[in-house]
Design a protein around this ligand. Structure first.
Ligand SMILES: [Zn+2]
Length: 179
């Protein structure tokens, strides 16, 4: 499964795809990118409670994040800023859901293999056969820990940096007259 850096990049791409950065608001775009990155790495907080790859990795969890942001935005009304916008809940849910996609596309070396991608509809674990991303090793005592993980990270960067750049290019080119 990918590293937090890979997840953060995919989250930024997904978030910006839904809610593109404004051409004249670089600071706002970066702030949103940080929020998308946080949302995309959040599912792995389940490592802290020893229940990795479970419900936090399900698409249902992404939907819950979207609903919570929507409720929070409504509560704050117009003063909610970007968080109160119509696109924020979808963008954050998309950033969160990118974690599900990346983990599904990654190889997994520790049981249970795969992720609970369809939680709460299914508690089965899913893993794609494509193995686009290498499994980041947490076995720091092994001699090839650093070389292996650097290789895994390089692979993520080769795939995901161009993806973020492509989203940025595509979504910044909006038809004239639209904000
Ligand atoms: Zn994960």
């Amino acid at each position: 499964m990918p590293s937090p850096i890979g997840h953060a990049l995919a989250g930024i791409a997904a978030g910006w795809l839904v809610d593109p950065p404004g051409a004249r608001d670089a600071r706002g775009a970066l702030r949103r990118a940080a929020v998308f990155a946080l949302a995309a790495t959040a599912p792995d907080l389940d490592l802290l409670v020893g229940a990795h790859s479970g419900p936090t990795h399900g698409l249902g969890a992404a939907a819950i994040v979207g609903v919570l942001v929507w409720i929070w935005g409504r509560g704050r009304g117009r003063s909610g800023g970007w968080g109160g916008s119509r696109t924020a809940p979808v963008a954050l849910a998309a950033a969160y859901a990118s974690h599900t996609l990346l983990d599904w596309l990654g190889s997994d070396t520790s049981a249970p293999i795969g992720i609970m991608a369809l939680w709460p509809f299914s508690r089965d674990y899913y893993e794609s056969r494509l193995h686009v991303f290498m499994a980041i090793s947490r076995r720091y005592w092994l001699p090839d820990f650093w070389t292996y993980n650097l290789r895994a990270l390089a692979r993520e960067l080769v795939i995901l940096v161009p993806l973020v750049a492509a989203v940025l290019l595509i979504r910044r080119w909006r038809p004239a007259g639209r904000a």
